[in-house]
Design a protein around this ligand. Structure first.
Ligand code: AMP
Ligand code: ZN
Length: 502
């Protein structure tokens, strides 16, 4: 009897996985806290993490400006925050996490110049510039962003804080700063006076004096110092406040929403490296000036992703997102796995070649899990789990953790069930599709019933199978080539021929 062929589809659909909200954010009280060493951008060294109110951890992540689709670069920032969060949870912490959604106020320049990015989005689409239209445009990109997050198996935060829902909080924070004498008003807005906050520029040790002498001719001559930044911009469009109509500056949004959702002192603040000099130094100054408390205890910044060694930008035509990866047959898991092979503090250079190699490696892993081990699990191996967790506790060393994973898979002294159990446990943090139910695993491998093969392809497959059984290798090779021309590859396995789409 000939074995029934089965089909492997290389095209992975752009699917949405339904994840229960915060299904994973409660700590397991039986878990022992391991010392986590995290690189704090403020002190520029690795420090042992200690939350303010153990086991509660508060964490704030600077979110996207929702005027366009997120690029695969932007998504790297949220992936590193996800690894951090999952590592904290696995070590027994309760994590309360906020990600903001910037739906106004972020100018094309990170400082006070340029155009509001959301308005730029409206112009791009030839839409009217109104608050309502800004909200509608952002709705669309917020939805797309959340779909990307889900596709990458990133845990949703406890709170998504949308800037336009917190305008009153932002205005009240500006008033506090004003009342305490930290701001001054100009014809176009209200500015934070950095001379009143002596430690301004702590992150990245910004030399404020140098900034002043090296500054371009200041566009706004009313500013007292080039590094002073707007907390309020006057504009005919916006909200009403004691300063007239306008909108809060971009930086004030994060201070106000972090305080509103997590409290005056937070444990961890994350963002991409570009956020550090301007945005995060401004957040520190505003928050600490207003509350008199230390704003964030640990600042973590993810390095940037480049494409073909160039900055990611729409104008270079390389601002690709997950959709473009899906169009070329790459799933969220493939991208996640590829990203995790670089440390979050190292720059990463994206290429489709590199992604393809990652996809193949992940495919091999999934085959181990769903074909060889059939996802039958036993208790995870303690030693491998310990060295895996130790790698992650060392400033989220994901490349090191993945190396431990492969060492475990290749270890002949372990049985398949132990390997499967260990992979499932590792996947609680890695989340690369190794812990799905067997049926979903089979789907991920693209295995579908032979009935789904087009008739002409099925006929060639049957003919080739007959030639192979008759040991007619020349004919078998000719038919393999015929399949290839029609866009299929064939591979012989213990279960019969496996057909894949080229
Ligand atoms: P934005 O939507 O511009 O506010 O950016 C959202 C997040 O993406 C911020 O945390 C940025 O620091 C981060 N980001 C922007 N470009 C990149 C990149 N090429 N690689 C990694 N992160 C980035
Ligand atoms: Zn922010």
């Amino acid at each position: 009897m000939t074995n029934k062929p089965f089909l492997t589809m290389k095209t992975i659909c752009y699917t949405r996985r339904i994840m229960p909200l915060n299904f994973f954010s409660r700590s397991d009280k039986s878990v022992v806290h391991r010392d986590l060493h995290l690189f704090n951008s403020e002190t520029r060294k690795k420090e042992v993490f200690e939350p303010l109110k153990n086991p509660r951890v508060t964490m704030y992540t600077c979110g996207p400006t929702v005027y366009d689709y997120a690029t695969i670069g932007n998504l790297r920032s949220y992936l590193f925050a996800d690894i951090l969060k999952r590592t904290l949870i696995k070590n027994g912490y309760d994590v309360r996490h906020t990600i903001n959604l910037t739906d106004f106020g972020h100018l094309t320049d990170d400082g006070d110049a340029g155009e509001d990015k959301i308005m730029k989005g409206l112009r791009r689409k030839d839409l009217p510039i109104t608050l309502e239209a800004m909200r509608q445009l952002s709705d669309e990109y917020i939805e797309a962003f959340k779909a990307d997050i889900e596709e990458l198996r990133i845990l949703p935060p406890t709170t998504w804080s949308r800037a336009s829902d917190y305008v009153r909080k932002q205005i009240s924070l500006i008033r506090t700063l004003d009342d305490k004498g930290y701001t001054y008003e100009t014809t176009d807005g209200v500015y934070f006076d950095i001379s009143k906050f002596p430690t301004y520029g702590r992150l990245g040790s910004i030399d404020v004096e140098k900034l002043k002498s090296g500054a371009r001719i200041e566009i706004n001559s009313e500013k007292r110092h080039p590094a002073d930044f707007a907390v309020w911009k006057k504009s005919p469009l916006g909200w009403d406040s004691r300063y007239g109509r306008g909108f809060p500056g971009w930086h004030i949004e994060c201070s106000a929403m972090a305080i509103a959702t997590l409290g005056k002192e937070i444990d961890i603040h994350t963002g991409g490296i570009d956020n550090m000099p301007t945005h995060h130094n401004a957040e520190i100054a505003q928050s600490e000036a207003a509350t008199g408390k230390k704003f964030a205890r640990y600042w973590l910044h993810g390095e940037h992703l480049q494409i073909d060694n160039q900055k990611i930008s729409k104008s270079l035509g390389n601002g690709i997102g997950l959709r473009q990866l899906a169009d070329r047959g790459f799933s969220g898991d493939d991208y996640r796995y590829w990203l995790l092979m670089s440390h979050y503090r190292s720059p990463a250079n994206f290429s489709f070649e590199a992604l393809k190699a990652a996809k193949q490696a992940l495919f091999r892993l999934k085959r181990h899990m769903y074909e060889e081990y059939k996802r039958k699990v036993a208790v995870p191996n303690e030693e491998y789990m310990e060295s895996f967790m130790t790698r992650l506790a060392d400033d989220l060393d994901t490349p090191g953790a993945i190396a431990v994973l492969w060492e475990m898979v290749k270890d002949d002294s372990l049985d398949n069930k132990t390997k499967a159990g260990t992979l499932v446990a590792m996947d609680e943090i890695l989340q690369i599709g190794l812990s799905a139910p067997q049926s979903e695993g089979a789907r991920m491998l693209g295995v579908v019933s032979a009935n789904d093969l087009p008739e002409d392809i099925q006929a060639i497959v049957d003919e080739r199978e007959a030639a192979r059984i008759a040991r007619n290798w020349t004919e078998s090779d000719r038919l393999r080539e015929a399949l290839h021309v029609k866009g299929y590859t064939i591979e012989d396995s213990a279960n019969g021929p496996r057909i894949s789409k080229v």
